[in-house]
Design a protein around this ligand. Structure first.
Ligand SMILES: Cc1cc2nc3c(=O)[nH]c(=O)nc-3n(C[C@H](O)[C@H](O)[C@H](O)COP(=O)(O)O)c2cc1C
Length: 412
């Protein structure tokens, strides 16, 4: 089934465009998403591991920075575009990989990739996506990246890498933070299952959120689209058994051998700190994606943005550095760039848009962040991303403590 056919099937579940246009921040998209989605699905996106300390601290780590404007400067013409791994992006932003995205909306990964293409930024497809490498490639996004989880079955791993290259994916991101699954307490409490199971509780949810369920019923079943069902025994891969198929022995030598197999740009997703960053580059990586998986794996782990300055100093100017985990606004993105990142990346911020309004909702999320980022640059007195990078510490002052307003990882 292609994108047009799915769109035709689920068209009636789209919210009125005016509702999306009334959302003026990622926090407002989140609130709309929360009203539209069943609790277990919303919590799957929203939640973190264990006590959710990483999740809270990720958001707080961006918000503790205060701006120190360079005005007066001529900012009548401002250029928010940036270079990343040899490509020009309309905005220094990447849509991070998120698994099972069709659970959030029937168009799932196809909708996010489409919106990212329109916004002129890369989209990273997850190994555990619910749309296949080939389906997403057919959408024609010119800057697709593929995120790799290394399976115990190395033949399957090699096959995924070959498929991604064959289909024109430009960058391979290898995640190194998922040797075992994080302890997602909300999902356990909610009894989240993929594919969804029909229980008394699900039936109750259907009564409360009929539009969501109508979309699920009208579209093809949600599945792990890139993994042959045989890999997990007779039941196929489920959310419970999936991470047991990842290789817990994954080490630096494996990064070296993946480097040998992948002809394109290679990024390691998840190293935090100068030593690990240096090691990744020594093993042949072209860049680093500083990430703690949005606080969904190790709890109490250092916020990636707090490692940016030391990592940039350790690896120098050449390797690309992308940072995620906690970006909820264009101001957060400006902080990331001023601290030395080439680009920021987002997971939940676009998923809130997707849940609030499908593809148009992702468009809205990206437009909100682009508008905030551009305005922040102008008010800071920098006319281009290069100027923002060059100004660096001059436009930032560390605040005392985290901003008191948002509880946990929630957006404004
Ligand atoms: C629902 C959800 C699913 C995710 N799935 C994956 C995945 O399959 N692979 C991966 O490397 N990271 C995954 N991540 C982590 C994101 O790529 C990204 O690092 C994180 O969302 C960034 O934090 P933020 O949500 O605060 O922006 C997922 C995140 C979320 C919220």
């Amino acid at each position: 089934m292609n994108l047009r056919e799915v769109r035709e099937l689920i068209g009636p579940t789209r919210p009125r465009a005016s509702r999306l246009q009334r959302c003026n921040s990622i926090g407002e998209l989140r609130a709309l998403a929360r009203r539209r989605l069943p609790r277990p699905v919303f919590d799957y996106v929203e939640g973190g591991a264990d006590e959710e300390l990483s999740l809270e601290r990720n958001v707080a780590a961006f918000r503790r920075w205060q701006f120190s404007p360079q005005a007066p400067r001529d900012v009548s013409a401002v250029d928010a575009s940036a270079s990343l791994l040899g490509r020009r992006l309309a905005l220094p932003l990447v849509c991070s990989p998120t698994g099972y995205t069709r659970m959030m909306h029937p168009l799932g990964e196809l909708a996010v990739a489409g919106a990212a293409a329109r916004a002129g930024i890369p989209y990273v497809l997850s190994t555990v996506a619910s749309s296949s490498i080939e389906e997403v490639a057919q959408g024609g996004h010119p800057d697709l990246w593929f995120q790799l989880y290394v399976w115990r079955d190395r033949g399957l791993t090699r096959d995924l890498v070959d498929r991604a290259w064959r289909e024109g994916y430009r960058v391979l991101e290898v995640s190194v933070d998922t040797h075992v699954a994080g302890n997602r307490v909300r999902d356990i409490r909610n009894g989240l299952a993929i594919p969804p199971r029909l229980t008394a509780r699900t039936l109750g949810e259907i009564a409360l959120r009929p539009a969501y369920w109508a979309g699920v019923v009208r579209s093809p079943p949600i599945r792990f689209a890139n993994s042959p069902p045989a890999t997990a025994g007779r039941g196929g891969i489920t959310i419970e058994n999936m991470t047991t198929l990842f290789d817990p022995t994954l080490g630096w030598d494996d990064i070296g051998s993946i480097r040998g197999q992948w002809p394109g740009a290679l990024i390691v997703k998840g190293p935090l700190g100068a030593d690990l960053a240096r090691e990744a580059i020594a093993r042949g990586a072209d860049g680093l994606h500083l990430s703690n998986h949005g606080g969904r794996q190790l709890d109490r782990v250092i916020p990636p943005v707090d490692t940016l300055a030391e990592v940039r100093e350790a690896v120098g100017d050449r390797p690309a550095i992308v940072v995620d985990s906690g970006i909820r606004s264009g101001a957060d993105l400006a902080v990331a760039l001023a601290l030395g990142a080439d680009a920021g990346a987002i997971g939940r911020a676009y998923l809130y848009g997707l849940m609030a309004g499908g593809e148009a909702g992702v468009d809205r999320a990206l437009a909100i962040i682009a508008g905030e980022f551009t305005r922040t640059m102008q008010l800071l007195g920098v006319a281009s991303v290069a100027e923002l990078r060059a100004a660096g510490a001059a436009v930032l002052r560390a605040g005392a403590a985290a901003d008191p307003s948002p509880r946990s990882g929630r957006a404004r």
